[in-house]
Design a protein around this ligand. Structure first.
Ligand SMILES: [Zn+2]
Length: 80
């Protein structure tokens, strides 16, 4: 598979993408990788993984992780 092209952005040193499609593609790859890891550990829901993309002030796209706090809130919501 072709490697997704990425750049650095002025807002941070993390990976940045020039358009939403590229960011979504990278997000899918990151999630698939983490899902395989989670399966080996018998944990379907990984605590930390990128789960969405957003566009920053500089017009670049980034991946972001759901925070620990929001994950726990989500888990509580599902258990209710
Ligand atoms: Zn940025």
């Amino acid at each position: 598979m072709k490697t997704v092209e990425f750049h650095t952005c002025e807002c941070s040193a993390k990976r940045a993408f020039t358009d939403e499609r590229a960011a979504q593609k990278a997000l899918g790859r990151a999630q698939a990788k983490r899902d395989r890891t989670a399966d080996r550990r018998g944990q379907r829901r990984a605590l930390e993984r990128e789960n969405r993309v957003y566009q920053c002030h500089f017009g670049m796209w980034h991946l972001t992780k759901q925070s620990r706090r929001s994950y726990e809130g989500y888990a509580d919501y599902c258990a209710a």
